[in-house]
Design a protein around this ligand. Structure first.
Ligand code: 3PG
Length: 321
């Protein structure tokens, strides 16, 4: 994968587990548990002697797994990792020698930074995506938002102290490309071969980062007259009527369509911060985008879409928010 393809893959997947493994024999079952949970990437950290062999075994046994190396503190470790099959290099800090080695060998790398000066060093080495580590200790999403001011084009892979309780805050932060963390692959889960639990935690992480929330229900009617009748009825429930061109909104939670629109019965609208990411996530669950329904914002990011597949007679609608 090229760097652009890899970072697009990270963005769409959103989660990059950070693995510390003591026994290379557990690497392949671990990778299979993660893949089953929908996560086909991992940063295997050089914090144990088993890292190199774990990378080798996963690369050989699970070609669908995009495996990388973490805690790569110098160029010779990067070389070792790449020879074992690592497709990307991550480090806690920024070592210019390691970055130069990766650049010379066309290996995508994501070194860690947590200050503006380190970021500028990364930029001067030609990088446009950096790891923000340790994220929580270094100011978390507030710091990321502040860094977005002077460095508007820079994207971050954030790790350090992220877990199911705060992962959505990071998923909603626009300059976060992807979120790393060890919570779904904790060393004790691996040690005790808790593969089902790892699968469950991976599925949960992917679900959480979509930040999907039901925001309105669309009801189809035959025409404007029927729509008006339906809407008037809802006013009895204390809802305020907002008449539009093609529909009438009751507060913000019910949209009465003035014609038979998408969905046999109507539609369910979910808001989420990153439609590209959620389209990719739901795509793996069999949902295909209704191309003619897609609208983009000024930056070329998807802001609304509908899917071809219906659920219980309802079309599914995504709205950026
Ligand atoms: C890393 O190197 O990215 C961290 O060890 C991962 O942080 P976490 O263990 O707090 O998730």
């Amino acid at each position: 994968m090229t760097k652009t393809e890899l970072f697009k893959f990270f963005h769409d997947l959103a989660i990059v587990p950070v693995v510390k493994i003591d026994d290379a024999a557990k690497a392949v079952p671990l990778a299979k548990a993660m893949i089953k949970g929908g996560i086909n990437t991992a940063e295997i950290t050089f914090r144990t002697d088993a890292a190199e062999e774990a990378i080798r075994r996963i690369s050989e046994a699970c070609p669908e797994m995009v495996v990388g190396a973490g805690t790569v503190i110098n160029p010779s470790l990067a070389e070792k990792a790449v020879k074992a099959g690592a497709q990307f290099i991550v480090s806690a800090g920024l070592n210019p020698e390691t970055v130069r080695w990766c650049n010379e060998h066309d290996v995508p790398c994501c070194p860690g930074v947590c200050t503006p000066s380190e970021i500028e060093m990364g930029l001067s080495l030609g990088l446009d995506t950096l790891k923000f580590f340790p994220a929580e200790t270094s100011g978390g999403v507030k710091m990321l938002k502040d860094l977005g001011g002077p460095f508007p084009k820079l994207k971050f892979m954030t790790t350090g102290g992220i877990n199911p309780a705060n992962v959505q805050d990071y998923a909603r932060t626009p300059n976060v490309m992807a979120i790393g963390g060890s919570w779904m692959v904790k060393a004790d889960l691996i040690e005790n071969e808790k593969w089902d639990e790892i699968t469950r935690l991976c599925e949960e992480a992917l679900r959480l980062v979509q930040c999907m929330e039901l925001v309105h229900v669309g009801i189809n009617t035959a025409d404007a007259a029927e729509a008006k009748k339906v809407a008037d009825t809802f006013t009895a429930f204390g809802m305020t009527l907002n008449d539009g061109n093609s529909s009438i909104f009751m507060d913000k939670s019910i949209e009465v369509m003035k014609s038979p629109f998408y969905g046999a019965k109507g539609h369910l609208a979910f808001k989420c911060p990153d439609l590209e990411r959620t389209v990719s996530y739901l795509g793996k669950k069999g949902f295909t985008v209704k191309e003619e329904s897609v609208k983009y914002d000024a930056k070329g990011k998807m802001k609304v879409c509908y899917f071809n597949e219906e659920v219980g007679g309802f079309a599914i609608h995504l709205v950026k928010g």
